[in-house]
Design a protein around this ligand. Structure first.
Ligand code: ADP
Ligand code: ZN
Length: 531
């Protein structure tokens, strides 16, 4: 045993130091690990990035035998195993990406007791051959990752997960730990029941990050808005700026540097050496800004990141939470700031529709985007909405520290505006079989005789110029909010606006449409910004 253990340190803590090189457990990790290492079952709800892996990795190392990890994320297994092996942990995986010989090697290692951890895809566990193999070796722990996949009414249901209840029947003496980052109370109960873990202890980490201030502003001139934000609130601070494309990463980093803010780009298209250099500068230096695609941040544990800024809309609330969660790990006040506009929605829809995934994938992606939009357009406390999304206490009081709490948005009765907008879409679609994007619709409403309006005779429509009471930015706000409320949809390569089933309820005056007022035009920095 090494010296630290003799000083009375627990084996779990010693493993954390020796194998993983970390100083201390985070949050509930220690309680979870002690419980499972002692042979207890556990159901763990912890946000992404919260440190779930250690909760089963350390018990697997501390207990005799191999920890068997069931995970649907086949694409990540190789990386996870490589990372563990780099730390000296004896890890292997079995899934459909392997050929027969590769699998044979892993099987032999398992049977010889030479594996600390074995990752398996859930469909493997339906095979008698796998169960037979597992019976012939020694298992320390079963870990069921992404456990919400067992919930039949959830987004991510996987039939293979239902078979996991047999683990408890066949191996009653092996502790099981089920982990997930998304679960409502009902899903939590379903996990416990379907996996057959009635005596499991429940651990529920809070998703709240009270020191992070959430703010979402309408996008006007995003680079300049970002610059003002940094100059006014985060001069000299370290932070991360997320952009969707490599190109905008490069451009934004250049723009910031030219305006006196130390910034470096980070994306998968950069040479590995450059990437590593920028990452290590970020970890080492105090006030560096990294402008990055979402490739940046996995496993980054810098405590004093003071802000995370998004110049483009994240694809899901999970993504937003995970990315903003990289701010303020030291517990000091930090900002999650985002600029978001109608174009983001159009672009994301386009990406989803053009993606290679199947229909189910596209539906899931679309519903993730809808939840993200709802968060952007909410007039309620953003933090309460985030926590509610993750299934935490739905009655969380308003936080007093997000933009909607600090400057509550005024609402107005947008029923008539919504009717005007939807009627314009109806006129084009029903009478002329035409579909146009938000730009053209707004031009028609404002009565603008643009070349494109003239070209299509849109100045002859009865709705031409019926929306002059609102400004263009206000109309764009109406479109965004109708999108977020599902009262209109956007489709196709050109982001055309189309009616939804719910549009009819507005057109038939069956419902009111409360909308939030667009905040006043963003103040562009007093100091000059060079383009
Ligand atoms: P999850 O699976 O919950 O999304 P991970 O297990 O991948 O989260 O952990 C997220 C990051 O936090 C990883 O980089 C991990 O190494 C790091 N981490 C986890 N626990 C600790 C700890 N106690 N101390 C320092 N870093 C930790
Ligand atoms: Zn709030």
């Amino acid at each position: 045993a090494d010296v630290t253990e003799k000083l009375g340190e627990s084996e779990a803590l010693a493993t954390l130091h020796r194998v993983f090189g970390y100083d201390a457990f985070r949050g509930e990790q220690e309680a979870i690990i002690e419980h499972v290492a002692a042979g207890g079952d556990a159901v763990v709800l912890m946000p992404t990035g919260g440190g779930k892996s250690l909760c089963y990795q350390i018990p697997s190392l501390v207990r005799p035998g191999t920890g068997v990890v069931v995970s649907p994320l086949i694409a990540l297994m190789q990386d996870q195993v490589d990372a563990l092996r780099a730390l000296g942990v004896r890890a292997g995986f079995m899934n459909s990406t392997q050929d027969f010989d590769e699998r044979r090697v892993v099987e032999a290692e398992f049977l010889a007791g030479e594996l600390d951890l074995l990752y398996l895809a859930p469909e493997r566990l339906r095979l008698d051959s796998t169960l037979d193999l597992l019976s012939r070796g020694k298992i320390s722990v079963f870990a069921i990752d992404e456990a919400h996949c067992v919930a039949q009414w959830g987004h991510d249901f996987r039939p293979d997960y239902l078979a996991l209840s047999l683990l408890g029947e066949r191996w009653p003496d092996v502790p099981r730990i089920a982990l997930t980052a998304t679960a409502t109370r009902a899903t939590h109960r379903e996990i416990t029941q379907r996996l057959g873990m009635p005596t499991a202890r429940h651990f529920e980490a809070s998703f709240d990050r009270p020191n992070i201030q959430y703010r979402i502003v309408p996008k006007a001139d995003p680079k300049k808005q970002l610059l003002s934000f940094l100059r006014e609130e985060h001069a000299g601070d370290a932070g991360i700026v997320y952009c969707l494309s490599r190109n905008s990463v490069e451009k934004t980093a250049e723009f910031l540097s030219r305006n006196g803010i130390e910034a470096v780009p980070y994306h998968a298209g950069l040479e590995a050496g450059v990437r590593a250099a920028h990452q290590s500068r970020f970890l080492r230096e105090e006030g560096l800004v990294v402008v990055a695609t979402i490739a940046f941040g996995m496993g980054i544990d810098k405590p004093d990141v003071r802000f995370v800024a998004h110049l483009d809309l994240p694809k899901s609330v999970e993504g937003y939470y995970q990315e903003t969660g990289r701010a303020g790990r030291d517990g000091l006040p930090s900002t999650a700031w985002m600029a978001y506009g109608l174009q983001d929605v159009v672009q994301q829809r386009k990406l989803i529709q053009g993606s290679e995934g199947d229909e189910a994938f596209r539906r899931r992606a679309a519903s993730h985007l809808d939840s993200m939009l709802a968060l952007c357009e909410t007039a309620q406390c953003r933090r309460s909405q985030l926590l509610a999304y993750f299934g935490q206490d739905p009655d969380t009081p308003a936080c007093g520290n997000c933009d909607t709490c600090l400057t509550p948005p005024e609402t107005w009765d947008g029923t008539v505006a919504a009717q005007k907008l939807l009627s314009t879409v109806v006129r084009l679609q029903r009478e002329r079989g035409q579909k146009f994007g938000a730009g053209q619709i707004v031009d028609i409403l404002l009565g603008r005789k643009t070349a494109k309006v003239i070209q299509f005779d849109h100045d002859q429509l009865s709705v031409f110029g019926i929306g002059e009471e609102l400004a263009e930015s206000e109309w764009r706000g109406v479109v965004r909010q109708l999108l977020a409320q599902g009262l209109i949809a956007v489709e196709g390569e050109y982001g055309t606006l189309v009616l939804t089933e719910a549009s009819g309820t507005v057109l038939r005056r069956e419902r009111d449409v409360p909308l939030r007022k667009e905040p006043p035009k963003p103040v562009v920095s007093r100091s000059s910004a060079s383009k």
